[in-house]
Design a protein around this ligand. Sequence first.
Ligand SMILES: NC(=O)c1ccc[n+]([C@@H]2O[C@H](COP(=O)([O-])OP(=O)(O)OC[C@H]3O[C@@H](n4cnc5c(N)ncnc54)[C@H](O)[C@@H]3O)[C@@H](O)[C@H]2O)c1
Length: 428
Amino acid sequence: MESESERQGSPYDLVPVVLVGVGVRGRMWARILAREPGVHVVGYVDPDPGARAWVRETFGANARCFAHHPEALTGTKPALAVVATPPMERRALCVALADAGYTLLVEKPLSADLVDATAIANRCQQIGQRCWIAMNFRYAATTVAARTILQRGELGLPGLANMTYWRNRDGGSPGLNKYPLTMRQPMLWEQAIHHLDLIRHIYDSDVITVSATTSNPPWSEYADDTTVCATLTLANGMTVQYTGTWSARTARDSFLWRTDCARGALVQTALFDGLHIVHDGTEAMEYVPLPVQEPFMDDIRLLLRAVLHDFHTGDACAPSIDDHLRTLAVTAAIEASAEHGLRVHVPTFAAALGIPMLPDVVAYDAPARRFTQSSGLKRPKGATRGTDNGSDCRWRWGERDEYGLSPRGAWGEGDPPRSGRHRGREHR
Ligand SMILES: NC(=O)c1ccc[n+]([C@@H]2O[C@H](COP(=O)([O-])OP(=O)(O)OC[C@H]3O[C@@H](n4cnc5c(N)ncnc54)[C@H](O)[C@@H]3O)[C@@H](O)[C@H]2O)c1
């Protein structure tokens, strides 16, 4: 049986948490929450008796389980609700939790329906409730390093990028959730959304236009499309080509993301590793050493730390609901583009739902420049600094959080290695 961690090292009171949804992802959350020094889980909610049995087997017979959230609302007094239910029916649930006074941390996508997502955001704004979204890939070592290298500017301005993600995802596999087999556009809303969010995050720029097709090869076991091909133009002038699929036929999955800049390129050859710098006009791939992270665990833990930091301080460092709406708008715009065969202007598309994005194409004048994106959503009480996407208070290299831990994992002090130190190292 797993026990909860020693509660040491935090200057703040423990945050009481309820975990809503204890499926594949919820179980990862359950383990992370149980070991997190700053929180105390006071209840688990899941209508599935098997999920509740897992909780009791894992955390002991005294773990408080509820079949439905209204029972938990009266039976516990949590401050934070972590929501890991399927994303098709989140509206009533999230609104009920926010109305009951819970701060929310919701798994991506907030909703697979942009209207529902906007309704949740509006409700949170109306009642002054905060909501963060679990975009854990933002906390992967590759992401932190790539973003830092680009912002440092040694490669010059990024101009072109190509991301390909080929996965043979067996939808019937026991370790995977089942609802994607029947949901609308599963690859787009479940998987590509991470990639689209990373594009916005790493290039620190919003998407202006999308032109996309989605499709489903004849051998696909999914009811709807498992392949997304999209061309994006960004406010910083970049063009990004994206191809993602769950219907690859080989046993080996592949991920390749290259960003070509004025003085070289950044090339990532694996989902959680394989970041390289290539200097202008050369072929040697200079490997960027990264700290060891357990995929899908350490990145979530770091995200949780950022959320707890914001929760206690009122800062806006973790991925916020209003920032997430802009990623959702890109996702929905791709679906619309594919459906209607049109190139979609994302800010106009988003504005129709009241989601503010950059009003027009803005020149990317320097790598150090950060776009300030005003969402129009009311800042929660106590939030005194930071833009909506946290762009002026993002973690810097070497910074420590209130627990004395680096939010990005196990790097040493100081910057990631500058290019040149590892020149010539082989591509792994
Ligand atoms: N960020 C990531 O890397 C990542 C990875 C996997 C899943 N996810 C996300 O996590 C969410 C859940 O996915 P999953 O894989 O755990 O799905 P899942 O189907 O395995 O689990 C969902 C669980 O929610 C429960 N549930 C359904 N309605 C509920 C309700 N109203 N109240 C409480 N519980 C309810 C179900 O009984 C089930 O146990 C999705 O949004 C998914 O996209 C994120």
